[in-house]
Design a protein around this ligand. Structure first.
Ligand SMILES: Nc1ncnc2c1ncn2[C@@H]1O[C@H](COP(=O)(O)OP(=O)(O)OP(=O)(O)O)[C@@H](O)[C@H]1O
Length: 260
């Protein structure tokens, strides 16, 4: 059971000390923002390997107030961190439901719980992907967006890993707001590197990364939360236009985007 994930400061690219320590709890969504090369992926990698002062940044990650045991650092099974990127794909040749049942079995879920988990993963994945797919669709036949949606739902409902790292899923072809809700509903800690305003403003906080270090920790104000609500609305409208174009329609009416 994960109660806290602490990231103790290291040093920036020039060797100057990082100023911010972080303490994350289940349900937190942390957005990482910063220009290209600033060090967002490096911070995610430090968390992925539960760094102990042994990476270029010198950061130290503590789990429930202590140094993690070697099992959670180095064994695939014992690891507490799952990662999702927009380039991931399945290479297994199995129908979707058979793959999910295999995963449920490996978690030793009793058969009725396994079946309902498989159903939930499928339903949420189809809800997140633009195009529907079924239990008998082959994994290798899924589109990029469908694969990512399945990975996200699988990580939310079937994976025991309490920390999820997401590297730039803005172009992953999934409903991003729903994906984040899924993780927080399941009490995961989510860290995501993003250049997307909708995702950046979704966080319980966002970290500004500069020159290899966390240079600021911003908690959203009421005005930012309101702007986030507007962006969700705008995103839905853009989604409807995308859908219309996909179906070969014209978009000729003057576009007006009323705020909610
Ligand atoms: N504190 C640090 N000390 C030394 N090297 C660092 C530090 N932080 C980041 N780096 C290195 O800087 C390079 C760029 O960092 P990184 O790939 O994390 O940037 P990014 O913000 O993810 O960029 P992009 O948005 O293009 O993906 C990497 O080689 C990384 O290992």
């Amino acid at each position: 059971m994960l109660d806290t994930l602490e990231i103790l400061p290291g040093r920036d690219k020039s060797g100057a000390p990082e100023r911010h320590a972080l303490c994350l709890r289940p349900g937190d969504i942390v957005a990482l923002v910063g220009p290209t090369g600033a060090g967002k992926s490096r911070l995610l990698a430090d968390i992925e390997c539960l760094a102990q002062g042994d990476t270029p940044t010198g950061r130290v990650v503590r789990v429930n107030g202590r140094a993690p045991d070697p099992e959670s650092r180095f064994s695939g099974e014992g690891k507490i961190v799952a990662q999702i990127t927009q380039n991931m794909n399945f290479i297994m040749d199995l129908p979707v439901a058979a793959f999910l049942r295999l995963h449920a079995e490996s978690r030793a879920l009793p058969p009725h719980e396994a079946e309902s988990a498989v159903r939930r993963v499928l339903e949420s994945a189809v809800g997140m992907a633009g195009e529907p797919f079924g239990p008998e669709t082959e994994l290798t036949q899924l589109s990029g967006g469908q694969s990512r949606a399945l990975m996200i739902a699988d990580a939310a409902f079937l994976s025991p890993k309490p920390v999820i790292l997401i590297d730039e899923i803005e172009n992953a072809g999934v409903d991003r707001t729903r994906a984040l809700e899924l993780f927080t509903d399941q009490g995961k800690i989510v860290l995501l590197s993003t250049h997307d305003p909708l995702l950046a403003l979704s966080g319980t906080c966002r970290l500004v990364i500069r020159n290899g270090a966390v240079s600021d920790v911003i908690e959203p104000t009421a005005a930012e939360k309101e702007n986030h609500r507007r962006l969700v609305h705008l995103d839905k409208q853009l989604g409807a236009l995308r859908e219309a174009l996909r179906h070969g329609r014209r978009i000729e009416q003057p576009l007006v985007f009323p705020t909610p």
